[in-house]
Ligand binder design. Sequence first.
Ligand SMILES: [Mg+2]
Length: 284
Amino acid sequence: MADNIPGSRKTSTPALVPSTLGIVCVDFDGTLVDSQHPTDQSVHPSLVRLIERLRSEGVLWVINTGRTLEGLKIGLEIAALPFTPDYVITEETSLLVPAPDHPDGWDTHGDWNLQRDLAFRSLLAESGHVFEEIRTFVTRQTQARYLARTDGTGGLDEIIAASEAEMERICHRIEEVRRAHGADPLGYQRNTIYLRFGHRGFQKGSTLARLGTSLGIPAERIFAAGDNLNDLPMLDPEVAGWLACPGNSHPLVRETVQRHGGYTARSHTGEGLTEALRFFGFGG
Ligand SMILES: [Mg+2]
């Protein structure tokens, strides 16, 4: 089927016109930049030009990443973008807006982060025994590192596995423990050998959706793109009407984007995003 071929053109023409685009939201590592590249972690020039033009037309530019704010700032500095994002989502759940007077240069947007912290704390209080059971398994039966973050502010415990195969085994165990305890709100975001526990109600998708709601921009006016498993919650038609992934994406991400009628680019990272935006008619 042509739609399953990376970079293939869909037969139907997108119904929306460029002026309806409200938000371009992209993941950072592996989507905006090739963070594994030894020397070049810049944003592809074609994408820089395109985003600059879209921003001049009022489209908001949002980065949605698993990085911490400090980590993202470093990445942005290396990427040497000529403009600051209008909003960023860090650690998949922290919604921030530029604030030149703030010591960090960024401030929280609305009460989403507060809601998340409260949800995390109540999850910790209710599911401490579940975390403990998983922690015992990880420390005794795997080579992975278990990083405990006790107060829940900004994030929950993390695991760094020795290999992707080991992370598969850990995820399998987490699912077993979750099922045994009925710990429904307990979720996690996994990216290769990294895993961060979270609350099912707070991930890249729900955070982007909240941003859209707060700005009066509905899902059908949002473009979202990502390359890895932690991007799946935002690669959802309920969150964004325009979905895309670069050519270097995880197979499950490609499959998800195709299933939702999105665009899987042939080119990698930023160049792939330009390809996708042009396909949807936003290329000018
Ligand atoms: Mg990524």
